[in-house]
Design a binder for this molecule. Structure first.
Ligand SMILES: [Zn+2]
Length: 241
């Protein structure tokens, strides 16, 4: 009986390790995906600023052209004004010049507003870019670690698989199927120690009579509360295996 229990414990230990490693393997790609998502979102916000700046610059182009055209009108008027003979002509040209000057001031203000906006967005971009580069380095490092962990976990699992096969062959088939059944319902923990009459699986007291039977070690005893197979008083060295 003692040996039977020890075989089961050994099997459970290895299977729990695999269970843990598989759990980690499921979790790791999700964490990697999360990191990729953060990096992508930051990239997108930078792209959005770039687009905004390009849009502002596009709006500035026709204004620059118009301003140059208006300046040409002013220069031509300046040249003409020296050759004017009558007061009427002079007044007409002066009105033209005033209008052009007003337009010039108006356009210069619009251009300045646009340039202010562009400068502001460029500052935003630089700020975001700087923190992005810092965070990206941290995130990439974390990702590399996770990828490494994945490979490590796969190695652990592969290493244990052969061990499990050997251990399972040692256990009596009917007991093995009973163990598997409990294992499935109890998240991997099918066989647990019973210390001072308390089941370490569910922390319930088992009836004293049942505990006495367990200590005698003639039969396989299950916890009445959680159905896990119980053991007690094993050679501590073997138990640690
Ligand atoms: Zn129990």
């Amino acid at each position: 009986m003692k040996e039977l229990i020890q075989d089961l414990i050994a099997l459970q230990d290895v299977e729990l390790e695999i269970f843990k490693a598989e759990d980690g393997l499921l979790e790791t790609p999700r964490e990697i995906e999360e990191i990729d998502g953060i990096i992508l979102a930051r990239k997108r916000s930078l792209d959005a600023i770039d687009e905004e700046i390009a849009e502002l610059e596009k709006r500035k182009v026709p204004l620059d052209i118009e301003l140059a055209e208006n300046q040409a009108i002013l220069d031509a008027a300046d040249a003409r004004i020296k050759r004017i003979k009558t007061n009427k002509e002079y007044l007409a040209l002066q009105r033209e010049i005033d209008l052009a000057k007003k337009r010039k001031a108006d356009m210069e203000e619009q251009i300045l507003t646009l340039m202010d906006k562009i400068e502001m967005r460029q500052k935003d971009k630089a700020r975001i870019h700087e923190s992005f580069e810092e965070d990206k380095a941290i995130l990439e490092k974390k990702k590399k670690k996770l990828v490494g962990r994945c490979a490590e976990l796969e190695k652990i699992i592969n290493g244990y698989k052969g061990k499990v096969e050997k251990l399972r062959k040692k256990v009596d088939p009917s007991l093995l199927s009973r163990y598997d059944r409990i294992k499935q319902n109890k998240k991997g923990l099918a066989i647990v120690p019973c210390e001072n009459g308390v089941c370490r699986g569910c922390h319930m007291h088992i009836p004293p009579q049942l505990f006495n039977e367990l200590v005698r070690g003639d039969a396989l005893i299950a916890c009445p509360a959680c159905q896990r197979i119980l053991y007690t008083d094993l050679d501590p060295q073997k138990k640690e295996e």
